[in-house]
Structures are given as structure tokens and as C-alpha cells.
Write a protein that binds this ligand. Structure first.
Ligand SMILES: Nc1ncnc2c1ncn2[C@@H]1O[C@H](COP(=O)(O)OP(=O)(O)OP(=O)(O)O)[C@@H](O)[C@H]1O
Length: 605
């Protein structure tokens, strides 16, 4: 029996130990183990010797088995050949696959701080294939493509299907299979993990995909808004629908001039390079709040399909080197927006005043404080606190490492607070002043507000709470639309223009008033006179309070004829409004009084 022979051979290889398992056999045992009783051989080299002996014993066993039984030898040979062939085929196949994939496929990585990543996500969101996947990621980001679809959802937001994280997903494009993998790169201390998108496919298809993704993203009705992260990187904070330029009510020559200047800049890179002029352009939009500075930037970004990168100079932890890193990391052909660029300067000036006015300071200390207080946007002048300095900002804007091809837009309500170095041509090439609304702007605003365009959709409110239902009914009945013909609308617009004093109200405040009368132009006109009076009264009070706070009031009757109140350092108390009520005639005094009480309570002095 073969089995018996194998057992016999095995028993020769493993000698029976006392008390161990003995193997009975009729073949004389072949002494294979070292039986030398000399203890000197069992020293430190014993284990090596034992191993050698074991291997040679094994070989001897195999040999003896082979000699005794040819079937076993055959079996061993066949097994060896099969295993070797399997390994060979596997190695060859993996080499062949690598060769095929490197010759025919490319793998592309897109990083989320790069705009191309967002084109791709937008494009992937438009591939309906994910909707039927077994596992997918649903998001409201990358929507705003199809407003009708968006309105189908109760939330008013369009849902997008995207591939899941950390697992390759496959889909077909133009009949070819493509794999896509989304990876999330978590990093400590940042709420904004970066992402990598890995796409693998033939060269030509990838080119097509990229082209299509860029086109889809540019033709979409959105602009991407990026914010500064904690690691000198930008992250996509949100997206906004494009704003049509005609919706920004400014003299056409002003807004068209800014747009034309930006277009000219973007299309003339060579001109700048040939003349050695840094390829950058800066716009300083300054003027009263709510006059359309941000709105103009928003609509220019939309017209030119540029993404907007917003940085706040007072961001905690932001210092010169980070600011520089951020500006360098900006892609060309994009907008860098610094809003309220004066705000930090003003704080610094105040801090500087406070520091330098210390009476008992030595000269040395004064110089030190001057240095600290004059540059950093660091009100405390605290050495340990990082901050952006003026020179840091100037370097970041146009230093040697500053990015090229970007449009800088800075806004401020107080242009005089800006350092000349910052607002000089080269840094801020175009200055645009924004004022309170002219009569023309008031008329245009009224017209554009009520001009018949897309009808507001009836919302199917599913309120359950009876209070909410009754509030909704009340609101609906008080806001019944007032349809007017175009010629009638023109007359109402004329009336609105007449009622609004020039250069008193911001466009934002006029818009706020009209919002109370959505789709009700006649009611808007009925209420406008009263609103103007009320608002002007509030304005006068506010200006007076501000003047008194600045200590500029001379204690006599002011221009408007308001009597100075003897309130001992507190310019107005709640009772002070009463004399204003006497100025008003008619039955509206009560309302006006209530408004004033509210105003004074809301603006304690
Ligand atoms: N000239 C304008 N044309 C159209 N809308 C305007 C205009 N000015 C203001 N608005 C409206 O008023 C609101 C505030 O406008 P915006 O933010 O552009 O003003 P701003 O000048 O940037 O204000 P701030 O200086 O306070 O930041 C927006 O809803 C905008 O639609």
C-alpha cells in the first residue's frame, strides 16, 4: 500500500520519542538524525546544525520516497509545474495589464482647491448614471442648473447625484467605461478637508470630458465663491447664480466702463508682457453702504464667468506669509475680492492713537509702539498676535511672487482711510465712486422691480400649525398682486421718481421699501410720501446723535431746526421724540411716534 509506505518513510524521518506516538513498521529505520552523544556538538551552533540536518533529512526522505515510488515523484513534478505556470501567467498578465493601461489609459487627479475639480464635479453631477447606482452621494451643491427642476423639490433646491467616496465607480461615456474615485483628504484642525478626484480613461476621451465639463460649468448659471482656508489654500465655499448686469442700476457709462476695462485686460495679456507691465488690474469701489458695489462685482464675475476668491484681512490667524501664500495660490483669470478694506486700517489708526497718546511713555517705547501700531492690523499691538501688515498686504498684491492675470476688487465705505500706497495706480487702477440714489436710479429701480417678467410661482405651503396657516392667509390677502399696464407703470415710475429726494437714500434702502410691496406698485406709490418723511426723520436723528457723539455739536439749534435736548450727555432719551411728533400734522403722528420709539430703543446712545 502506498499510504503505508509513506507512513513508514515518515516514521523513519520522525523518530519515536519516549512516551510519544510510536509508528510500527517493518522497514529498518535509516538513522537520519544526529545521534552523536558528544555534548560538545550541542553548543551554540546546534540550532544551525539542526536545520541543516533537517533539510538534508527532508531531501533524503524525498529521494527515498521517489526511489521507492515513481507515482509520488510524478505527482510532485506535476504539482510543481502547475504552481510555476500559475505564477508565471499571473506575473505576465499583470505586466501586460500595466502595459495596456499605461499605453491606452491615463489616470488624472483633480484637487479640490483647483477650479478644474469643480468643473468635473459639476459634470459628474450631470451624469444621470449615478441615479441608478447601488450606492451614491446626494448633495445640493453643484445645483442651479435647471430652475424648473429645482422647483420640483419641496426644498426648492436641486439634488445632484455624485459617486461615493473612496470606492472606484464605473460609468460609460460615449460607449467607453470610465472609472472615477473620490478621495477625502482629512486634515487635522481644518473644517474643510480637501478632495481628490481620480479619473481613468483613454487620452482622447479625457480631453473630451474636460472640454465638456468646462463648457457646462461656464454656461451654467453660477459662479463659484472661494474662501481662504487655514492652510494657505482656497476652498469652494458656495456658488451663486449669476446676476445680470442690467439688474445693477448704475449709470450705463459707469458699469459698462468697468466691464469693458475688465474685458480689455483679460484679452490683452501679451500687451502687458511686451511692455513689462505686471499683468494685474485693481478696482477700488468706494462710497456709501448699500449703493451697489458688491452687486456690480457679482454681476461682472457672472458676465465674464470668473470665480470669486474672497479674503477678509481680519480673519483670525491670518498673517503676511499666509496672505502671500493665498494670493500666490489664486488661479489666473479670477477675481480677488477684499471687502471693506478700510475696516482694519481704521482700527489700527485708533489703536495707534491710543498707544502713542500714553503720557508717561519713554521715547524708545513710543518708537516701538509706533512700529507695532502703524502696520499690523492688530489693534492691541500685541507682539504675540499675528496679523496682516500694510507692507505685507502691498507685497502680496504686487510683490515678485504675486499671481498674474487676476482682477482685484476692493470695496470701502471710507476711501480717505486708505493709505495712498494701497490706492495708487498699479494697485488700484480704476476708482469708482458710489453715491446715494439719484432720481434716475430711483425710477429705474421702480421700473425694474415691477416690470412684467417671470411670474412668481405659487408656493404650495404645507403648513400644519393653525397660527402659521392664518398668518399665511393674512399675508396672501394683504399682498394681492396689482396688475398694471405698461403705460400706467410708466406713470407710477414717474411719481416714484418725483417722491424720492436725490442723493438721500441708498438704492438698498429703496429696494427694502419696494420689497414691502412685491407686485403691488400702486400701493407702493400710495405709501411712499409717508415713508420718505419717516426715513428722513430717522436719518436726521441719527446724524444728530453721531455728531453729538463726536463732540461736534455746538449746543445751538442745528440746520434742521431741531432743538438741542438738555439731557446731560445722553443726547436723546425715549421722551425726547415728543417734540418731533408736534412737527407732524395729520393722523399719522402716532405711527411716526411708535417708529421713533422703536428706532431710539434699537439705537441706544
Ligand atoms: N445700484 C444698485 N443696483 C441694484 N441693486 C442695488 C444697487 N445698490 C444696492 N442694491 C441692492 O441693495 C443690496 C445691497 O447692495 P450691495 O451689497 O451691492 O451694496 P454695497 O455698496 O456693496 O454695500 P456695502 O458697502 O454695505 O457692502 C443688494 O440687495 C442690491 O441688490
Amino acid at each position: 500500500m502506498d499510504a503505508q509506505r509513506i507512513l513508514n518513510a515518515f516514521s523513519e524521518f520522525v523518530p519515536a520519542t519516549p512516551g510519544g506516538i510510536g509508528i510500527v513498521n517493518d522497514v529498518p529505520p535509516v538513522p537520519l538524525t544526529n545521534t552523536d552523544p558528544n555534548p560538545t556538538l550541542l553548543n551554540s551552533t546546534a540550532s544551525l546544525d539542526t536545520m541543516d540536518t533537517s533539510i538534508s533529512s527532508l531531501l533524503a526522505l524525498l529521494l527515498s520516497l521517489a526511489v521507492r515510488n515513481m507515482d509520488v515523484l510524478k505527482l510532485m513534478l506535476i504539482g510543481g509545474v502547475i504552481e510555476t505556470s500559475r505564477r508565471l501567467v499571473f506575473t505576465l498578465w499583470s505586466q501586460l495589464w500595466t502595459w495596456i493601461s499605461t499605453s491606452w489609459h491615463v489616470t488624472v487627479h483633480f484637487e479640490s482647491h483647483d477650479e478644474v475639480y469643480h468643473w468635473m464635479m459639476f459634470w459628474l453631477g450631470n451624469q444621470s448614471v449615478w441615479e441608478s447606482s447601488r450606492e451614491m452621494y446626494i448633495t445640493t451643491a453643484y445645483s442651479y442648473t435647471d430652475q424648473d427642476a429645482a422647483d420640483d423639490f419641496q426644498s426648492g433646491k436641486q439634488l445632484k447625484y455624485l459617486p461615493i467616496y473612496n470606492m472606484p465607480s464605473w460609468f460609460t461615456y460615449k460607449g467607453a467605461w470610465i472609472s472615477v474615485t473620490r478621495q477625502r483628504n482629512e486634515r487635522a484642525n481644518t473644517p474643510n478637508p480637501t478632495e481628490t478626484l481620480i479619473l481613468s480613461r483613454k487620452h482622447d476621451l479625457l480631453r473630451d470630458i474636460l472640454k465638456e465639463a468646462k463648457e457646462q460649468s461656464s454656461s451654467a448659471d453660477i459662479i463659484n465663491i472661494f474662501s481662504a482656508g487655514n492652510y494657505n489654500e482656497w476652498y469652494r465655499a458656495s456658488s451663486r447664480r449669476k446676476r445680470p448686469l442690467r439688474s445693477v442700476i448704475l449709470e450705463p457709462e459707469v458699469k459698462n466702463a468697468v466691464l469693458a476695462d475688465a474685458v480689455d485686460f483679460l484679452s490683452n495679456e501679451e500687451w502687458y508682457i511686451e511692455r513689462g507691465i505686471p499683468y494685474r488690474r485693481g478696482y477700488l469701489l468706494h462710497g456709501v453702504p448699500g449703493s451697489g458695489k458688491t452687486s456690480l462685482i457679482h454681476s461682472i464675475a457672472g458676465e465674464l464667468t470668473l470665480d470669486v476668491y474672497i479674503v477678509s484681512l481680519s480673519k483670525p490667524g491670518l498673517d503676511d506669509s499666509q496672505l502671500n501664500g493665498l494670493f500666490c495660490a489664486m488661479p489666473s483669470r479670477s477675481i480677488l475680492l477684499i471687502e471693506d478694506i478700510d475696516a482694519v486700517f481704521r482700527r489700527v489708526t485708533a489703536a495707534r492713537k491710543a498707544v502713542t497718546s500714553k503720557p508717561d511713555e519713554s521715547n524708545e517705547e513710543k518708537t516701538k509702539n509706533d512700529i507695532k501700531g502703524s502696520f499690523p492690523f492688530n489693534p492691541q499691538g500685541n507682539e504675540n498676535m499675528n496679523g496682516v501688515t500694510l507692507s505685507g498686504l502691498l507685497n502680496a498684491l504686487d510683490g515678485i511672487a504675486a499671481s498674474e492675470g487676476r482682477l482685484l476688487f476692493a470695496t470701502t465705505n471710507c476711501v480717505t482711510a486708505l493709505d495712498e500706497a494701497l490706492s495708487r495706480p498699479g494697485r488700484m487702477d480704476v476708482h469708482v465712486e458710489f453715491k446715494n440714489a439719484t432720481k434716475w436710479q430711483a425710477r429705474e429701480l421702480f421700473w425694474s422691480f415691477y416690470e412684467p417678467r417671470t411670474k412668481r410661482k405659487e408656493k404650495n405651503n404645507n403648513y400644519k400649525d393653525p397660527m402659521l396657516i392664518s398668518a399665511a392667509v393674512k399675508f396672501a390677502t394683504s399682498t394681492v398682486p396689482e396688475p398694471v399696464k405698461l403705460d400706467e407703470l410708466a406713470k407710477l415710475a414717474d411719481q416714484f421718481e418725483e417722491s424720492i429726494p436725490a442723493d438721500v437714500f441708498s438704492v438698498a434702502s429703496l429696494q427694502g421699501y419696494l420689497m414691502l410691496y412685491k407686485e403691488r406698485p400702486q400701493s407702493a406709490i400710495k405709501g411712499i410720501e409717508k415713508w420718505v418723511v419717516e426715513e428722513m426723520t430717522k436719518k436726521n436723528i441719527k446724524e444728530k446723535v453721531e455728531k453729538e457723539e463726536e463732540g461736534e455739536d455746538d449746543g445751538e439749534d442745528d440746520e434742521q431746526g431741531w432743538e438741542e435736548q438738555p439731557s446731560g450727555g445722553v443726547p436723546f432719551a425715549v421722551g425726547d421724540f415728543i417734540f418731533l411728533g408736534e412737527e407732524e400734522e395729520g393722523g399719522e403722528d402716532e405711527d411716526l411716534g411708535e417708529d421713533l420709539i422703536r428706532f431710539i430703543i434699537e439705537h441706544p446712545v
